[in-house]
Design a protein around this ligand. Sequence first.
Ligand code: ACO
Length: 275
Amino acid sequence: MAEAQAPQRGGNAEDVSAERLAEIGLRHEVDGEIATITLDRPEKRNAQTFATWSALARIGESLPEQVRVVVVKGEGPSFSAGIDLRMFTPEGVPGQGSFSSAAATDGEAFEQRIRQAQDGFLWLRRPEIVSIAAVQGHAIGAGFQLALACDLRIVADDITFCMKEPALGLVPDLTGTKPLVELVGLAKAIDICLTARNVYAEEAMRIGLAEQVVAGGDLDKTVQNKIAELLSTNRDAAAATKRLLQGARARTLEEQSAAEGREQAKRIKALFGPR
Ligand code: ACO
């Protein structure tokens, strides 16, 4: 995956007050080195809106420095049913407009709005954190893309991934196309997106969309075990290694070897240099 170009930390934590998040249908809890973001509108299958995405971006901006692992999960039977379908109606989502109202604005303004929405997804690739999507039930459209925005996907055996956008006349635009191609290859990504077909757990595991498939009841425990494994390594070495891995595809072997040397020299200085 290309190196992350995500907005940096340092935002205003007040923007992500629990009350405001609850209105949007999100929860955000930080416990030491672990942050958990929960899509919390189960009665609407955790459908997402522009407010969801800007809140996600603000959570990323205000993430405390000590956080090393971010878990993204969904309350209820489904991880997320994707974009709130009210966007397709003339009335739209109260306070957030509709696709019809967006179509009436100039293209550039809407493109800008999409870029802002993408900020909610991009920060999950930062080198200094590892993000884990804990997925059960449906992860459709924006839900699938949110799972793709995370570094790892641990899934329940009842999952359905579906890139529904092309069936609705849209393209996947929430940063999901690049990780999808990188994970499954171009041919399989074309197959999945241009048919908008369902991908179930067995296939997700086989083609690299999931790191682990477990029984639904074991999802939380499996995620906790993975977090413990991730936290067992050195924080700075983990961030440097993620930077290396993220940049590997775009570099030649020679460039990558040089990058390894640079990172290692920094590690050795930090570990053994004069204090
Ligand atoms: N937007 C708004 N409301 C939704 C959405 C959505 N994307 N998905 C489900 N809901 C609502 C339903 O309208 C229903 O509300 P109601 O109880 O007031 O009638 C409630 O959530 C439960 O939905 P069900 O369909 O009854 O739940 P079920 O578990 O049987 O099915 C499923 C879940 C398969 C996810 C189904 O709801 C569905 O297909 N949703 C639409 C998926 C979709 O097309 N998303 C857009 C993808 S494209 C993109 O994200 C850019």
